[in-house]
Design a protein around this ligand. Sequence first.
Ligand code: DGL
Length: 224
Amino acid sequence: MKIGVFDSGKGGTTVLAEIKKALPGAEYRYIGDSANCPYGDKTDEELMRIVCGHVETLREWGAEIIVIACNTATTRCIKRLREMYPEIKFVGTEPAVKLAAESGATRILVMATAGTVAAERTKKLAQDNQRVGQEIVLLACPGLADAIEKDKNVDEILDMVLDGSESGDRDARYGTPDVVVLGCTHYSLIRNKIQKRFPNAKIIDGNEGVKNRVLGIIKEYNIK
Ligand code: DGL
């Protein structure tokens, strides 16, 4: 079985690792497109052009399943990709808002790229899952994925996106969340740093959900 995985760099390796644990015998091909990182500030058209290139490469290699290990590319492109390539089984990565909402948390903070936060699909995800008395804040974190990719100024950028420039800003924007959703696969690589900023919050990502979806597709289509 051939599974292709792509992201704008090393963020998607966290998704790949989760899938590999469950399916060690499958064949994998990973595209870490650091040349085009960050995806978070690209227009839909730029992003479509880039991701179609990856889909073509993985299709030629023989991928039966393509995992978009990137929240930005998923929220902005997956609908069109499914229309363009109906023969391919796509699995996307989306912020784990549903999981967070189901946990019964009162305050949920979703950290993601500007592109993911602006996507209609993400807004709908938050609206559809929000329960009575629950607050879901979508926080765009410009520059953070790129800093993680290049391993440069990560702490400074994290401070900037979380604390903002004005004092009191943080409280007005998102207060003290019970759950923090890592809505960008790069952020899973700095989970410990984010946990330190929110010592009492539960930190979650969508990686387990992606793995479960891959397993579900394999079963449904009897892929060997
Ligand atoms: N790792 C990606 C995501 O999950 C993309 C980050 C970026 O390139 O901006 O959104």
